[in-house]
Every structure is written in C-alpha cells, then in structure tokens.
Design a protein around this ligand. Sequence first.
Ligand code: SAH
Length: 225
Amino acid sequence: MRIDILTVLPEMIEGFFNCSIMARAQKKGLAEIVIHNIRDYTTDKHHKTDDYPFGGSAGMVMKIEPIDRLITKLKSERDYDDVIFTSPDGERFDQRMANSLSLCNNLIILCGHFKGIDYRVREHLITREVSIGDYVLTGGELAAAAIADATVRLIPGVLGDVGSALDDSFQDGLLDHPVYTRPADYKGWCVPEILLSGNEALIREWELNQQIARTRRLRPDLLKD
Ligand code: SAH
C-alpha cells in the first residue's frame, strides 16, 4: 500500500515515519509513505502556499493552485482509492475506517494548516474528509500520521505477531485485556496468579472475561451494537 501525504511542513512528520513499526513496514516493502512538500508546487517567486481570505475574516487560507498541481500530478501517475482531507468537521476516524483503508492500494492524505484550505479544494479535489476527534489542531500533520499509523499496522505482516492486531481494543468490538511482564512481583504488586498457572484455556477465558468487564465498565456504548 502507498500513502502520499501532502503538507507544507514535511519535517513535522518525517521523523515519525522513520521510527519503529512504520519504518519496518516500509523496509519490508509492505507500505510506502511518500511525504510531499506542497511548497515545491508553487510557481511564484516567494513560494506562497497561503493568502488572505476573501471577505476579510481572520487567519490565512491555503491556496488552491499548488495543491491542485500536486494532486493532478499524483493522479496522472496511479489510481487512488481516496483523496482524504484531514478536517475537524470530517467523518470521525475509528478502527472500522482504519480496517477499510488498510485494504486500499493508494491513498492521498492532504494536511490543512492555518485557518484552513480554499474551499474549492474540498469541493473539487477531495473524495473524503476525515477528523481524528472533536478538537482543533494547528495542522493536519498529526491527523495524517494517526490515520496512516492505525491503517498501516493492520496490513498483514506489519506487526510481528499477526494475532496481536486482531485482539486489540475496538478490533473485535471489545477493549483489550490487561497485560503484564516480568517481574511477577514488584514491590508486592503481583500479577494475577492465573497468568502464571500455565493453563492456556483458563488464561484465554480470564482474558476474555477481562475484555468484557472492562468494556462494560469503561465503554458500555461499544456493547450496544
Ligand atoms: N478553521 C478550521 C480549523 C483549521 S485547523 C475549522 O474550524 O474547522 C488547521 C488544519 O488542521 C485543518 O485544516 C485540518 O487539516 C487540521 N485539523 C485540525 N483539527 C483536526 C482534527 N480534529 N482532525 C483532522 N484534522 C484536523
């Protein structure tokens, strides 16, 4: 899967994709993350990517021309499943959306900045608008990183242990169960004895019961569907 991220601040997220599981996914050839600087597609002397809003309201607005040039170029090179714009008023990102995006071949994620983006970009160039929550960030870069991270980790082979993605919180409609590692006794804080019993069947049953109890307590809304 290939994800093209379009931003005026590539340095904000380059480091993120060069670490840990995201870096490994790319090395293994399971995901290709390409970060583009929208500024490289300006044609004016000052490489302007934003301008004052018509109507005189506060804040700067991202210009349409460099974004259109970049998206048009990418679309001429391959077919994209979706051209996503990160926006607080978009569809709410969740595990279900991550699952469906993980089946895509090519995605574009456009990051807004400043006051927002010339609305014609949203009207004519975007196929989907996605929010990562009801709060306002300074730019779409963290949102793009969150969407790409949650999506790429679901691609088979990205996580070392295939099972570990399948029983994560939300994946099966339940929150995850508690996990512990050595030492079994730290300052008298002991891990549940059942986990040391070696009885595989009883341990799986305990884990499932924990998942159900924690979901009922912390997120009863998930049990309603
Ligand atoms: N004026 C806009 C917010 C602009 S914030 C409004 O009120 O809706 C600048 C940019 O940050 C946005 O264009 C978007 O790309 C990104 N952004 C901010 N909050 C976000 C969120 N919750 N989810 C996804 N992207 C977000």
